[in-house]
Design a protein around this ligand. Structure first.
Ligand code: XMP
Length: 512
């Protein structure tokens, strides 16, 4: 295994992800806990992350001496490189100007990191983000690549198996970065590269058992992939100690609630409390048009119902959530251990404090595509695993203006046609999210020989890697006209269909 020492970089989790992609197990430890983690894990190698700190600042983080004393391979990235030089006898200077963004490095010499990848005299694109830089190397090191701003872009001490780089190999803007990291963990550290999601599953099951003991866990299902994967994994770990609660707010897409129920009760035989609360939610939404007011009402009502169900089962000490890494905003605070904030729009965000429950979040290191891989590993059907993200407040935020049962039904029908056509065209998996929005606008049309005065629908489809930024999807020429015709013919109440070309930013993916 590999120990990743986190000095607080925003992208430390990406290092872990690349190491997983190389088929090697890794654990991240904040620098404050690195010495303990090192002693416990007995890793084959260590990777030192970047950091917003400067090694020149008093009190800035250091590498535990035990790591350098162990004789194990070490790879330093950005701050990791600077801190290595600082502790091993090189020099680091504060920059008046740094290097930020895309840069090119010239390869000056061979080293184990470049095996099968980069050769002498070549130039390669990397991603830099640094103010300080290394200005003198510690004994034993030699430069193997340089850039205009960083004469020691990559350095190597082959005898001690120490390597370090100024740029970030873990981000996608360093196209060969994943392979550099794979060379380090496999060739330099000698890890086999046969780790897989099956082992992640086994390790997490052991973790969940250790955390929960004989306690009771309650898990809210949203209908989405994340909470479903978390629930199935936890059930595998602790069986009947888990109770799943599905609060059906009546704002789901067509057929979605039934799919959740049959997946859990039918496919897995996991006990499920299904609360049909459509009337309560729609009743409370009557007359509400402000987007934030809708979100707040839905969030609060959700929590109230969930709390009541938790009480009915006799209380639970643990709340399970399908939190993913992109939901975890801050990975490390400098005053101590990890401090995390969960996106405020998370459905059950206020619950743990209110009910004095501890969180079980087995997916918090994973990215969406990895959760999907884990879901497949756990045997979730493809239709479930590959599903587009769906917001907690559901269709309510896709119906600008007042939400009524009638409008929900109109939107559900139109949305189902749109998604069916997308699947038939083989485009579903290329698109991050596609959905329809029922606008509070009516337009005049003509159907048969009569005048119509009906609702306008907007279609939206975006590509994205994490939902943080997005671009409108460009459908092939005849696709949208075909969908528009079908919707207008088949859904009563809609007589005009438009397409939303807004990217994010400046737009958001959802309309509210
Ligand atoms: P926006 O609209 O902010 O959406 O660009 C980004 C992603 O987040 C989803 N989303 C939500 N998910 N609860 C959720 O669980 C919410 O309140 C919520 N609001 C937006 C949205 O569907 C997109 O994938």
């Amino acid at each position: 295994s590999i120990l990743i020492v986190d000095f607080g970089s925003q992208v430390t989790q990406l290092i872990a992800r690349r190491v997983r992609e190389a088929g090697v197990y890794s654990e991240i430890a904040p620098f404050t806990a690195a010495a303990d983690a090192f002693a416990r894990m007995k890793p084959r190698g260590i990777i030192l992350s970047g950091s917003p700190a400067s090694v020149l600042d008093e009190g800035s983080p250091r590498v535990p001496q035990a790591i350098f004393d162990s004789g194990l391979p070490v790879l330093g990235i950005c701050y990791g490189q600077q801190v290595m030089m600082h502790q091993l006898g090189g020099a680091v200077q504060g920059g008046d100007s740094g290097e930020f963004g895309r840069a090119f490095i010239e390869i000056a010499d061979r080293c184990a990191l470049f095996d099968g990848l980069w050769g002498e005299g070549e130039s390669h694109q990397v991603w830099m983000s640094h103010g300080d830089k290394v200005t003198a190397l510690a004994d034993g090191f030699r430069p193997v690549a340089s850039s205009t701003g960083a004469p020691f872009a990559v350095i190597a001490d082959d005898d001690r198996r120490y390597y370090a780089m100024q740029f970030h190999p873990e981000v996608v803007h360093t196209p060969d970065g994943g392979r550099l990291l794979a060379n380090f963990v496999r060739h330099v550290c000698g890890c086999a590269g046969d780790w897989s999601m099956a082992e992640f599953r086994a390790a997490k099951i052991a973790d969940i058992r250790a955390q929960v003991g004989s306690g009771r866990v309650i898990c809210g299902l949203s209908g989405g992939v994340d909470s479903a994967v978390a629930a199935v994994l936890i059930h595998e770990a602790i069986g009947e100690q888990l109770t799943c609660v599905f609060v059906d707010h009546g704002l789901m897409r067509s057929g979605e609630a039934d799919q959740v129920v049959s997946l859990f009760r039918g496919h897995y035989n996991i006990p499920l409390v299904h609360v049909n609360a459509e009337a309560l939610f729609l009743g409370g939404l009557a007359g509400v048009t402000d987007p934030e007011a809708k979100r707040k009402f839905i969030g609060k009502t959700f929590i109230d119902i969930f709390e009541e169900e938790a009480r009915k089962i006799g209380g639970a000490e643990f709340l399970a959530q399908g939190t993913l890494y992109p939901d975890v905003i801050e990975s490390v605070s400098f005053t101590g251990g990890p401090s995390v904030t969960i996106k405020s729009h998370h459905n059950v965000g206020g619950l743990p404090e209110r009910m004095n429950m501890k969180l079980v979040e087995p997916l918090r290191e994973l990215f969406k595509d990895e959760v999907r891989a884990l879901g497949r590993e756990l045997g979730l059907p493809d239709i479930f695993v590959g599903r587009h993200p769906f917001p907690g407040p559901g269709l309510a935020i896709r119906i600008p203006g007042e939400v009524t049962k009638e409008r929900c039904d109109i939107l559900r029908k139109a949305d189902a046609i749109y998604l069916e056509e997308i699947r038939n065209a083989g485009l579903y998996d290329t698109i991050w999210q596609a959905f329809a929005v029922l606008l509070p606008v009516r337009s005049v049309g003509v159907m048969g020989d009569g005048r119509t005065y009906d609702n306008v629908l907007a279609l939206r489809a975006v590509t994205s890697t994490d939902g943080m930024t997005a671009e409108a999807f460009g459908f092939p020429g005849d696709f949208l006209p075909r969908v528009a015709t079908r919707i207008i013919n088949e859904v009563r109440g809609i007589n005009r269909v438009t397409y939303d070309y807004t990217s994010k930013p400046p737009g958001t993916i959802e309309w509210e």
